[in-house]
Design a protein around this ligand. Structure first.
Ligand code: 0O2
Length: 201
């Protein structure tokens, strides 16, 4: 079966690399100015053909390029993991200044954690590029899902994700409530770490 992304598949990699490049420029500029690194690392992915098709079916969308690249907006996913909470919000401010990138959706699961304890800042960027998009327009518009969070939030999300996708875990209810408790503890530690960093100056 052909890729759901059709002839636009290669463009997705180019856009992912372009945004990553801008993030690395930011990291360098912060390092030059202060010796800090701005963020710890980037993890990125293009959603696989199989999981994009599965998402289309779940949303009762036709399995087309337009569904995958225009209606759904997470074909390109970039996660940036920071040491400190302030680094997360400074990075968000920087992303909002980028030329040809418009934030079209924002979810602040840091100030408003999900009931299970999930914390992260999500943004959908609409990126204007000199390539054709799935609607046949040039310059085209592509979408990038950004997730920005601290190391503590990231470790928690990975563990919770693992639990969600594993079947027949004994004492699952207990683990769910323990995870929620730990998420709140980690949030409190993140704030304490930020305070100590600010006091060190
Ligand atoms: P993958 O493979 O990570 O991409 P949508 O993206 O439209 O399906 P929604 O709720 O509109 O879903 O978007 P939201 O809330 O911004 O969440 C999108 C992504 O955030 C998810 O992608 C997860 O990666 C992550 N996420 C959201 N909530 C949780 C959570 O409670 N726990 C964990 N571990 N991750 C979460 P996908 O689509 O699940 O998959």
């Amino acid at each position: 079966m052909d890729s759901i992304y059709g002839k636009y598949e290669c463009t997705l990699d180019l856009i992912k690399e372009m945004i990553e490049g801008k993030l690395l420029e930011y990291q360098e500029s912060i390092f030059e100015a202060s010796g800090d690194n701005g963020f710890e690392h980037i993890a990125s992915r293009i959603k696989t053909d199989e999981s994009m098709r599965e998402k289309c079916r779940r949303r009762e969308l036709p399995e087309t390029e337009v569904s995958a690249l225009v209606t759904l907006k997470d074909a390109i996913g970039i996660r940036v993991v920071c040491s400190f909470v302030d680094d997360v919000f400074n990075l968000i401010d920087y992303i909002k200044t980028l030329d040809d990138c418009k934030v079209v959706e924002e979810k602040d699961y840091i100030r408003h954690a999900k009931p299970n304890g999930y914390r992260s800042y999500h943004m959908i960027l609409e990126v204007k590029v000199p390539y054709e998009d799935a609607l046949g327009q040039t310059p085209g518009k592509y979408y990038v899902e950004m997730q920005i969070r601290t190391i503590a939030m990231d470790t928690w999300a990975a563990l919770e994700h693992k639990m969600k996708y594993k079947k027949d875990i004994p004492n699952q209810d207990l683990l769910v409530s323990e995870l929620k408790r730990v998420a709140d503890e980690l949030a409190s530690c993140d704030l304490s770490m930020q305070t100590i960093r600010d006091l060190i100056g």
